[in-house]
Design a binder for this molecule. Sequence first.
Ligand code: THU
Length: 164
Amino acid sequence: MSNSVEIVFSIEVLESAAELSSEDQSLLEIAYKALKDAYAPYSKFNVGTALLLKNGEVVIGNNQENVAYPSGLCAERVALFAAGAQYPDIPVTTIAITAQSDTVSIDEPLAPCGACRQVMCETENRYGQKIKVLLKGDADKIYVINSVSDILPLSFTPDKLAVK
Ligand code: THU
């Protein structure tokens, strides 16, 4: 007989940015500005990220592509690794992510890729600080997620490497 486990998480769906705090609105605006400077000549899919750190600093990222495709990096990891390099002791509290493309319409709020979720998850675990995730596409709709662990259930975490 097999058992199944249901993993439930909730995403808050907002109709527009007006429902966000002014701090979160401005973080999304910074992410939107950042996507304009993405280097995405191959996909023409620009992604922008803005991180709010616990000390109030904001770190941005955008996707950086390469003709050798796997050498490029997503916006989220560009921002998270820059924050890790510049502010190694400061937790990240919020990550705003948005995207725009000339070739496709992004009807739903952008869903970060699995590798970026893993890196976001590491950042949560590293500082013991939940990261709020704000996601937006072309439409006004916004998803708000209270913790990265909500969008990466059954994740590979440091305790899995604990010595026996
Ligand atoms: N991309 C991101 O920057 N973040 C994501 O979460 C999804 C995808 C980038 C990678 C690549 O430059 C382009 O979007 C198309 O996949």
